[in-house]
Design a protein around this ligand. Structure first.
Ligand SMILES: O=C([O-])CC(=O)C(=O)O
Ligand SMILES: [Mg+2]
Length: 591
């Protein structure tokens, strides 16, 4: 009896089911009032939505108690809602009040996911207006716990699961997703979820969380965002033993079997969504992350958030920190704990920027940067046994085993933790950094909070208030000897939403390192004098949409300059253009 119609346009290109009985869900034409969102630039935005009970169950169009009297009459809602009519602000106030009743962050997370599935606009309105309070819930650290428990909190699909069972059918599986105009995909295979290790299929929480930030922080339409989890098995024995585990119950497929599944996925993505769809790789293990990025960067629009997004946000923080500590980038010396995706990605982008500034060859600027991995300082004598992505960092030096001895030997001005292992910046390490530097720059990037190399309190206390500190997951301000220190959050969430927006509004077909440098410079330029006075090296998240528009503009400008843009002509004012393309969470009036 049910027929379905595909309707494009607005922020809601969705599959709407026509039913015979209008009162239980017919199809009405609706004219919205929002400013144009990204794809409205190419499609007319008359949209059709279901009415009646079906409308209340459709998260893209449901407004709950905010349906007006006229809308209740026109859309067969009489009796389905209690009599009160709330505006969106009152709904928001009520929800924030309810959320704050939960003491357990995971309960807040679950309440927010329920809201997202019930009333999408209200979810985004809440997230945008309360970004500092809600970011730690929908994102790190709480999203990490959600992934660990994803099997038991799973209710409805929030993204696509593509497992080895779907081999040979991936293109068909993509067509099962209700949206067609996809602009960004965040994909994980769950092998390295934050610093929590292999969570297999339960890694889905990460693409879902990242994409909700694409919308809230970067203004991408929710319906243009597709979370994907590739399931090739898991090596996490606890999950394999768990009768409630939601993924494939065998060890991870590797080698050719893995590569073929990924190849089929990447091909199907391009076939279904064209060459301008952005694929963001997220939380893959090192070996696959580097390989996938280099394999697909010349044929697809791909971006690895852990290698490139993290690099861009850290470079921005370092550029900003120079205002507080003085000197040029090339005057500084960097020591990393962790030589994986984040560590080597950041190191390379810093070396590139140094090389750009000084005109020195990359081989020279790399020598200012040292990395420590689980076997100690990466030095020339280890080269034969090093993975290829570590080899550029194998400089001449005698072997050093421990981080503390590396600090003493290298004498860095900047210490960066990206190993995924918590509590590794010990008192001794922070004190050594402080004895070497008037203002040591210390970045503890590993996520979630449990994996942070040190806490904000430890950094400020052990450095006697002298550290310039930022971390991947948020920490509260610290009161040290009567002075309040506000730690920064050096997280790729500052970069990827604006970066992706910049790629999309310009119709980029490839990502280039210069675009990452442009994003870093754009973010650093958003740190105000007031922020610097407080010792901050990142602007607060409260202005993130404006920040994202500025990042998007600089990235798009670079896309145009490099001749990689397919949306012509180039808009005159790219900041204004980026802002005008952003999704609005305000309700539309339904006729
Ligand atoms: O998700 C985050 O908070 C940052 C990130 O990409 C990671 O830690 O893998
Ligand atoms: Mg990540």
């Amino acid at each position: 009896m049910e027929s379905s119609t595909l309707i494009n346009g607005g922020d809601s290109s969705s599959l709407v089911h026509n039913m015979d009985n209008k009162s239980s869900g017919g199809v009405d034409d609706v004219y919205g009032e929002d400013s144009a969102t990204v794809d409205q630039l190419v499609t007319p935005w008359t949209v059709s939505v279901a009415s009646g009970y079906t409308l209340l169950r459709d998260p893209h169009h449901n407004k709950g108690l905010a349906f007006t009297e006229n809308e209740r009459d026109a859309h067969y809602l009489r009796g389905l809602l209690p009599p009160a009519v709330f505006n969106q602000e009152l709904q928001e106030k009520r929800l924030m009040h309810n959320l704050r009743q939960y003491d357990v962050p995971l309960h807040r997370y679950m309440a927010l996911m329920d809201l997202q599935e019930r009333n999408e606009k209200l979810f985004y309105k809440l997230l945008i207006d309360n970004v500092e309070e809600l970011l730690p819930i929908v994102y790190t650290p709480t999203v990490g716990e959600a992934c660990q428990k994803y099997g038991s909190i799973f209710k409805r699909p929030q993204g696509l699961y593509i497992s080895l069972k779907e081999k040979g059918k991936i293109s068909e599986v993509l067509k099962n997703w209700p949206e067609r105009n996809i602009q960004v995909i965040v994909v994980t295979d769950g092998e390295r979820i934050l610093g929590l290790g292999d969570l297999g299929c339960q890694g889905m929480g990460i693409p879902v969380g990242k994409l909700s930030l694409y919308t809230a922080l970067g203004g991408l339409r929710p319906s243009a965002c597709l979370p994907v989890t590739i399931d090739v098995g898991t090596n996490n024995q606890k999950l394999l033993n768990d009768e409630f585990y939601i993924g494939l119950k065998h060890k991870r497929a590797t080698g050719q079997e893995y590569a073929e599944l990924l190849e089929e996925f990447m091909t199907a993505v391009k076939q279904n969504y064209g060459e301008k769809v952005l694929v963001q790789f997220e939380d893959f293990a090192n070996h696959n992350a580097f390989e996938l990025l280099s394999k697909y960067s010349s044929s697809h629009l791909v971006f690895n958030d852990d290698i490139q997004g993290t690099a861009s946000v850290v470079l921005s923080g370092v550029i900003a920190a120079l205002k507080l500590v003085g000197g040029k980038l090339a005057d500084h010396k960097f020591l990393f704990l962790g030589a994986g995706e984040a560590g080597t990605g950041i190191a390379e982008l810093i070396a590139l920027e140094m090389s750009k500034q000084t005109k020195a060859p990359l081989e020279e600027t790399r020598k200012k940067i040292w990395l420590v991995d689980s076997k100690g300082l990466i030095v020339r004598s280890r080269i034969g046994s090093l993975q290829h992505f570590k080899q550029p960092w194998a400089h001449e030096h005698e072997p050093v085993k421990e981080l503390i001895d590396a600090v003493k030997a290298i004498k860095p001005t900047v210490l960066i933790g990206s190993s995924g292992v918590g509590k590794t910046f010990t008192k001794e390490v922070v004190e050594a950094m402080t004895s070497l530097n008037e203002k040591p720059i210390i970045l503890a990037l590993s996520n979630p909070t449990s994996q942070s190399e040190c806490t904000a309190e430890e950094a400020y206390t052990w450095s006697k208030g002298r550290a310039i500190f930022a971390s991947g997951s948020p920490f509260d301000p610290v009161n040290y000897e009567g002075e309040v220190f506000v730690p920064g959050q050096s997280n790729n969430a500052y970069i990827f939403p604006g970066f992706g927006l910049g790629l999309i509004i310009s119709g980029a077909i490839r990502v280039h390192d210069d675009m990452l440098l442009a994003a870093s410079e754009a973010l650093a330029a958003q740190v105000s004098e007031k922020n610097y006075e407080k010792g901050l090296i990142y602007p607060p998240f409260t202005n993130i949409r404006k920040i994202s528009a500025n990042i998007a503009a600089k990235v798009a400008a670079k896309v145009y300059d490099l001749g990689l843009a397919s949306h012509l002509p180039r808009p005159k004012d790219l900041v204004q253009y980026a802002e005008s393309c952003m999704y609005s969470p305000l309700y539309r009036k339904y006729r």
